[in-house]
Design a binder for this molecule. Structure first.
Ligand code: UGA
Length: 440
């Protein structure tokens, strides 16, 4: 087809990861974002978030194959534009205002152009949204030949570049056959350049949108399932949910991956997408007790941690409680919807003194929590004379802690299973670990 000139609107986690990946494969890429502070950082070669490998790829591409700008007009020459702005879930449903304003900006830049151009929506949106955004865009841009497609992404934080380069699948849902063809052609070209051959699935736009929800809600369901089995194991003599879930997961129909009990799923996607699909089902009067239960299970997982602390400490008020880990999972500085943040707030509400440690995410945590907790960059100082320690993120740093420094009788609540409870108990430390029965 055409010589590709790529645009990316929204230089957050998804957008910037795509922009640098495409630029380093040799495409000319223009990235547009309205946040000038973010643009300034990107121009200096500093990504606004932590992601393995991204610093180097950004430094190698910025100012060369990758240009960033705050002006939609700069997208005039681009013929394939990915939209990767947020579509948050609010009480009223999905908030499309960022998508609409990005598309309005692009429609102005492209207004009246006669040659074929394509818009690909990377943002997670409810079924039907891509098609209705297309109608609006066609009207505003007054373009006779514009393509439009849903092109959801499945990348994980902490592995974004790797997941773009080597995805489990590429899902393409054009609003018409030509859109799907052009977008598949582009991705085939990219994957040829990087030398991999992932499955490319061409479906209806609505199906592509639904695939993203089906995937994320299924993942959320696995976590809630693991946490349910963990809770039952905790009350069953000599049971460890890690062994039980591994034993179940060896059945290839189940699988051992993504079945680890913990403090509940967090992050910018699973909680938001689960809520959005419930909202969508409500709007269409579809009963979805399964998905509601996934969410409810996630909520009570946090209550469980608080109940353990109340029970073991004989009350939370006035206690010094150290939370190890603020990020919603290891390998990222992202604290969005992190269970840790919820836990910290609830413990403060109940009168505890809370200390928070994280190797990467303390600055982001401070933005959400302000001065209500103490921030510790050093693990030893975070642990010194604490009454209880709760492990909320599976950072490898927490595997090698010298627990013998804790005062005897200290409670360790290990919600990521990074400790060896037997050796801790030998040191006189009380341990409560997710999924591990205390009954003999
Ligand atoms: C998730 C999906 O995994 C990606 O495929 C998807 O593209 C992305 O959302 C998105 O929609 O953008 P991510 O939010 O980076 O990716 O995080 P996950 O690695 O999926 O973890 C989500 C949460 O579940 C974390 O809090 C994690 O700790 C928890 N989790 C995960 C468990 O408690 N146990 C597990 O076995 C796995």
């Amino acid at each position: 087809m055409m010589e590709y000139s790529v645009g990316v609107i929204g230089l957050g986690f998804v957008g910037l990861s795509h922009a640098v990946s495409l630029a380093s494969a040799g495409y000319r890429v223009i990235g547009v974002d309205i946040d000038r502070e973010k643009l300034g950082a990107i121009e200096r070669g500093m990504p606004p978030f932590k992601e393995p490998g991204i610093d180097e790829v950004l430094r190698n591409t910025i100012g060369r194959s990758l240009i960033v700008s705050s002006r939609y007009e700069d997208l005039k020459e681009a013929n394939i534009v990915f939209i990767a702005v947020n579509a948050p879930t609010t009480d009223k449903g999905q908030d499309l205002s960022q998508l609409e304003s990005a598309l309005d900006g692009l429609a102005r830049a492209w207004r009246g152009l006669n040659d074929y151009r394509l818009v690909a929506i990377k943002s997670t949106v409810l079924p039907g949204t891509t098609r209705s955004l297309y109608k609006r865009f066609k009207m505003l841009s007054n373009m006779p030949r514009v393509g439009f497609a849903s092109n959801p992404e499945f990348l994980r934080e902490g592995r974004a570049l790797e997941d773009i380069r080597n995805p489990s699948r590429v899902v393409i849902g054009g609003v018409d056959a030509e859109s799907s063809e052009v977008l598949s052609g582009f991705w085939r070209d990219y994957y040829k350049r990087v030398g991999v051959d992932p499955p490319i699935l061409v479906v209806e736009a609505e199906e592509a949108e639904m695939i993203k929800y089906a995937s994320n809600v299924f993942l959320a369901m696995r976590v809630s399932f693991a946490n349910t089995i963990a809770r039952i194991c905790e009350e069953t003599p000599r049971c460890d949910a890690l062994n039980v879930l591994y034993g179940a997961g060896l059945d290839p129909r189940i699988g051992v991956d993504y079945l680890k009990p913990g403090p509940g799923y967090g992050g910018s996607c699973l909680p938001k997408d689960t809520r959005a699909l419930i909202h969508y089902a409500d709007m269409h009067s579809i009963p979805v007790p399964l998905i509601r239960a996934v969410e409810e299970t996630n909520r009570i997982q946090l209550e469980r941690i608080i109940a353990i602390l109340e029970e073991e400490l004989g009350g939370i008020e006035g206690r010094v409680i150290t939370i190890l880990g603020a990020a919603f999972k290891a390998g990222t500085d992202d604290v969005r919807e992190s269970r840790s943040i919820y836990l910290a707030r609830e413990l403060i509400r109940r009168g505890a003194r809370v200390r928070l440690h994280d190797p990467l995410a303390l600055d982001n945590a401070r933005r959400l929590l302000g001065d209500i907790v103490e921030y510790h960059r050093d693990i030893d100082s975070a642990l010194r004379s604490s009454d209880a320690v709760v492990i909320m993120t599976e950072w490898h740093h927490y595997k090698n802690i010298d627990w013998s420094k804790l005062k005897p009788g200290t409670l360790v609540v290990d919600y990521r299973r990074v400790t060896d409870p037997v050796s801790l108990e030998k040191m006189g430390i009380r341990v409560r670990a997710v999924g591990l029965s205390r009954k003999k």
